[in-house]
Design a protein around this ligand. Structure first.
Ligand SMILES: [Zn+2]
Length: 244
């Protein structure tokens, strides 16, 4: 049976049979994939401890008929500091859960692996709050091909530095005052500008923007509204109810 090696972040796990576990991982070269880890729930298993949710592992996999089989797992990195912080732990579970539910399997997704790793490293370094949450959500939309329109009114095409804009989840971006529907919520230029930067750049490029945390807090619900409308559900950082 052919085997291959890959780095992988564990984003989901399901118990299978008496001692096995199906893990779902995001990798740089093979995208998201599911694999079966045999015997990992036995106490003496050598690789079981290396397949915790959120861990970054070096995996060796063997091609299987249905699922590939984990033949070895070596822990490369784990966000140990999150155990003591529910807010950041909740954001980490949200990150894994979003990639697990929204990313298709078996398509090369190097950017999504990098985004997931960057978010988990930020959280491990002590960076929590609404700004990293909004950044991750907007970056993921961009990488999934759902980037909101933030350049010009979606109805008439007007782009003006002085006009007022609203955000319409239904249309998928900003609309000008003339074209806005009742449901659209107003979106100041400062927020539109922040969202553009967050959608296209690494987190490091927003840390110097004044008031970014407040702008993120005030506009996160508009982003959640976009997810609800276009992806059918929202995701929050609440750790309660998350299956570790
Ligand atoms: Zn318009």
């Amino acid at each position: 049976m052919p085997s291959y090696q890959t780095n992988a972040i564990v984003i989901g796990r399901t118990n299978f049979g008496e001692a096995d576990r199906i893990i779902r991982v995001i990798t740089p070269d093979h995208g998201k994939l599911s694999a079966i880890a045999k015997g990992v729930r036995r106490i003496k298993s050598r690789s079981g401890g290396h397949l915790e949710l959120l861990s970054d592992v070096a995996l060796t996999l063997t091609k299987g008929r249905n699922l590939d089989v984990v033949t070895s797992a070596r822990l490369a990195w784990y966000p140990h500091s999150l155990a003591g912080n529910y807010e950041r732990l909740g954001l980490a579970f949200m990150t894994a859960g979003m990639v697990d539910r929204l990313v298709e399997e078996n398509q090369p997704q190097t950017d999504i692996y990098n985004l997931t790793a960057e978010m988990l490293h930020l959280l491990e370094a002590g960076r929590g709050g609404k700004l990293p949450e909004l950044w991750f959500k907007l970056r993921l939309l961009q990488l999934l091909g759902y980037r909101p329109e933030l350049g010009a009114c979606l109805a008439c095409g007007q782009s003006s530095a002085t006009a007022s804009y609203s955000f319409s989840p239904e249309r998928g971006g900003i609309v000008c005052e003339t074209c806005r529907e009742a449901v659209a919520t107003s979106m100041p230029h400062s927020v539109i500008k922040l969202w553009r930067i967050l959608s296209d750049h690494p987190f490091a490029s927003v840390t110097g923007i004044r008031g970014a945390e407040e702008l993120a807090t005030s506009s996160l619900s508009a982003c959640d509204g976009f997810y609800q409308y276009h992806l059918g559900r929202t995701f929050s950082a609440d750790p309660i109810g998350v299956q570790p």
